[in-house]
Design a protein around this ligand. Structure first.
Ligand code: NAP
Length: 271
């Protein structure tokens, strides 16, 4: 599996399994199936309430912990001191692991100073509880505030797909060595129906999902599609064994519709 450097010591697999909405036995069997197919990167969150099922899937796979990259996220009302530290330690128990590869602030929270949150995350990193610090749903403005602390932010997980191509944010992250992880990379199915994507799917004899995932990874973006279907898990996993032409990368770059699928009331996208 292709990887991207995350910070000076860790690498992140370019493709991961998203687990939002996966619960109970379906979560266990999907994580297990994904690992059997070859996925080595699982994306979860405290808010998904599936840490224990993710851990069970990993355990049943028999694959060594160090071969799997685990990302989880702390909810935005827990990113203060001492709750962030307590949450992270609980995550270790729930996920049956000694460390997390990447811990993200799930959403920004203007009522809690970012310095407080990042200093807590930095302590966890120094303790070896986490390998890398990240954020999610941060705008350029949030990232500028975060960077002022001097604490390394390795990844920003945001919604990113052809119909929400956040070019300015991507440029800013590139300039500051922050890896973008694309959530809802298929726009939950919406982008699979875009005419340009369908045309390219025919041209390359690949599925629409494979075209989109190949485009993302070729732009240096990590993608974490969710599927509970074994067939689609395999389809998504096989999206990187070919190369989209640079002209077609540019063609997909023209699609943007500012089509956002995740818009909770507490989002700070206008910050
Ligand atoms: P997504 O991955 O863009 O789309 C998932 C949907 O597409 C599911 O309904 C799935 O159905 C379907 N699908 C998957 N592969 C397919 C394929 N090859 N062909 C056709 N349909 C396919 O959306 P998402 O679940 O919102 O995002 C992915 C992950 O990102 C989440 O699971 C979560 O881990 C993360 N996320 C993070 C945040 C955040 O705030 N940080 C927010 C949202 C999501 P089936 O399951 O039936 O295949």
């Amino acid at each position: 599996m292709k990887t991207f450097p995350l910070n000076s010591t860790t690498y992140i697999p370019a493709l991961g399994l998203g687990t939002w909405k996966l619960k109970g036995d379906e979560c266990v069997s999907t994580v297990l199936k994904a690992l059997e197919i070859g996925y080595r990167h699982i994306d979860t969150a405290d808010a998904y309430e599936n840490h224990q099922e993710v851990a069970q899937g990993i355990k049943q796979s028999g694959i060594k912990r160090e071969e799997i990259f685990i990302t989880t996220k702390v909810w935005h009302d827990e990113i203060n001191e001492p709750n962030l530290n307590k949450s992270a330690k609980r995550f270790l128990e729930e996920l049956q692991t000694d460390y997390l590869d990447l811990l993200l602030i799930h959403w920004p929270n203007k009522d809690i100073p970012i310095t407080e949150s990042l200093e807590e995350l930095n302590i966890l990193k120094q303790e070896g509880v986490i390998k890398a610090i990240g954020v999610s749903n941060f705008t350029i403005h949030h990232l500028q505030d975060a960077l002022k602390t001097g604490i390394e932010v390795a990844s920003n997980q945001v919604e990113f797909h052809p119909s929400l191509n956040q070019k300015e944010l991507k440029n800013f992250c590139d300039q500051n060595k922050i890896v973008i992880t694309a959530y809802s990379p298929l726009a939950r199915g919406y982008d699979l129906e875009l005419p340009v994507i369908k045309d390219l799917s025919q041209k390359y004899a690949k599925t629409p999902s494979q075209v989109i995932l190949n485009w993302l990874v070729n732009k240096g973006i990590v993608a974490i599609p969710k599927s509970s279907s074994p067939q689609r898990l395999l389809e998504n996993f096989q999206s990187l064994d070919w190369q989209i032409d640079s002209a077609d990368i540019e063609l997909i770059d023209t699609i943007n519709e500012n089509h956002r699928t995740v818009t909770p009331v507490f989002a700070e996208f206008d910050y």
